[in-house]
Design a protein around this ligand. Structure first.
Ligand code: MCA
Ligand code: AMP
Length: 437
């Protein structure tokens, strides 16, 4: 509705706490804020203080002041005319240093990507999508919803992912999209019902947002007969690469994220400003009509994250093979992806370092069977101070969204450092890699 009216919208994770919301509203300066009735008592003061003119409520059962006010307006609405380059949405992505950055996505960015996916993944109005992802991030919001809406397809809507409930509806559906954790849970929790018969009507299972383990890819194929299509994207760029949908274009290769989508250019850069040879590992850079225009009110970040010749530096590290398949092998940015949500260590470390008695801290990502990766904190006390890891976790819970809370917190005597004095997070990761095995 916001886009049709020609305005700009900014979706936010409902798990965010007041400090996080205060930053987003203060930075984005929206004219209108919509929240649930339950959150109105603490969201509205933050919004009014930041200069927001209207705060409306909207609840899961469609009650609340937003629709009450809308009821007085006509049912017929003519979409506002907007140019392709006009701003459509702002998606906040956490910064590697400092606060979150708002990626400015234009109507062209959103429409070009949706049209490309519509064609590349063979959408039609006969499709039925099982939608079980949150709608405040690119995956559930743009990839899933835009494809279904543009195709005129149906959606089976889940406000929250529940593997048993999803498997029950598979026989009516044709498309499912999930982060790897959803596939892990489909296989683990409700395994007896997840059969070839249950998936007989399905034509496409898409995975992305985080690396899909080859074990999950293989087990899903054994169980259902379907080969998951893995694709790769970012909030700043929408979708960039995809394994092929049609067999004529190639096989879906587990462990790769497929080919650059039509119209999208992907290159792998070495650290001397050149382009890597086939199979050589380097920084992934991208260009195309889907790539955002820059960060909201942060011109200095735009200079850092685009090359002089206009390519966006993704911060992902990978390679391209002779057939053109892209493989992501790691990240140059200090980022943990937990159950498909991004956790930036610098942000969590900042909160821990503010606590009484804390000298410094480091957050690292370690393997986790359900979430793929989770954050583990290592904290150093100031001389004479006594710290308790559990108490630190409890204190963080009131301040940060739940997915950012470290799953464990250890108190140590020092952090490993290299000769330059930089914390060697690789050593901490190595030390704790078996915690959840
Ligand atoms: C919940 N918790 C988590 C996570 N989710 N901890 C770490 N990582 C998480 N992702 C916490 C809960 O607060 C709880 O803590 C404990 O872990 C167990 O929660 P559980 O009930 O298992 O969680 P859930 O509510 O079932 O949620 C799990 C989920 C959810 C369904 C996997 O995280 C999710 O919807 N993830 C998808 C995110 C997504 O859409 N990403 C796409 C971003 P406690 O017990 O202490 O309360 S778009 C993107 O990345 C790009 C563009 C792309 O390519 O798509
Ligand atoms: P976000 O900023 O939340 O949009 O997250 C984007 C990041 O998710 C990318 O830069 C990648 O690091 C990661 N990502 C997305 N899809 C995949 C994938 N299929 N495999 C590995 N990493 C992925």
């Amino acid at each position: 509705a916001t886009l049709r009216a020609g305005f700009v919208f900014l979706p936010l994770n409902t798990a965010y706490q007041s400090g996080e919301i205060e930053y987003f509203i203060g930075n984005a300066a929206p004219a209108v804020v919509v929240c649930s009735g339950k959150n109105f008592p603490w969201v509205s003061p933050i919004a009014f203080k930041a200069g927001t003119r209207h705060v409306f409520t909207l609840n899961d059962d469609r009650s609340g002041s937003l629709l009450e006010r809308a009821a007085h307006h006509s049912d017929v609405q003519t979409p506002a005319v907007r140019r392709a380059d006009d701003l459509a949405a702002i998606l906040y992505t956490s910064g590697t240093t400092g606060r979150s950055k708002g990626a400015m996505l234009s109507h062209r960015n959103l429409l070009s990507n949706a049209q490309t996916l519509l064609d590349y993944w063979g959408w039609s109005s006969k499709d039925v999508l099982i939608h079980a992802l949150p709608i405040f991030h690119v995956h559930g919001l743009f990839v899933a919803s835009h494809c279904a809406l543009l195709a005129g397809a149906r959606m089976i809507w889940f406000a929250k992912f529940d593997p048993t409930a999803v498997i029950k509806r598979l026989p009516e559906a044709t498309v499912f999209m999930g982060v790897p954790t959803l596939y892990v849970r489909l296989l683990a929790n409700a395994s007896p019902q997840l059969t070839r018969e249950a998936c007989a009507n399905m034509r496409l299972f898409v995975a992305g947002s985080a690396p899909l383990l080859i074990e999950t890819f293989n087990e899903f194929h054994e169980r259902t007969g379907h080969t998951i299509l893995e694709r790769y994207g970012m909030s700043e760029t929408c979708m960039l690469t995809s394994n092929p949908y049609r067999a004529a274009e190639g096989e879906r290769r587990g462990g790769t994220v497929g080919f650059p989508l039509p119209g999208v250019s992907v290159r792998v850069a070495d650290d001397k400003g050149g382009t890597c040879a086939v199979d050589e590992i380097g920084g992934i850079e991208v260009r195309g009509p889907n790539v955002f225009g820059g960060y909201w009110r942060m011109p200095e970040k735009n200079k850092e994250e685009f090359t002089a010749d206009g390519w966006f530096k993704t911060g992902d590290v990978g390679k391209i093979d002779a057939r053109g398949y892209v493989t992501i092998v790691g990240r140059s940015k200090d980022l943990i992806i937990s159950g498909g949500y991004n956790v930036y260590p610098a942000e969590i470390e900042g909160y821990i370092n503010e606590m009484p008695g804390v000298a410094e801290s480091a957050l690292v990502g370690v393997p986790h069977p359900d979430f793929g990766e989770v954050g583990v904190a290592v904290v150093i006390a100031k001389p004479g101070a006594q710290l308790d890891g559990e108490a630190i976790i409890t204190a963080l819970k009131g301040q940060l969204a739940n997915f950012k809370i470290p799953k464990r917190c250890f108190v140590a005597t020092e952090l490993p450092r290299n000769t330059m004095g930089k914390v060697q997070k690789n050593l901490l990761r190595e030390q704790h890699k078996g915690l959840f095995a």
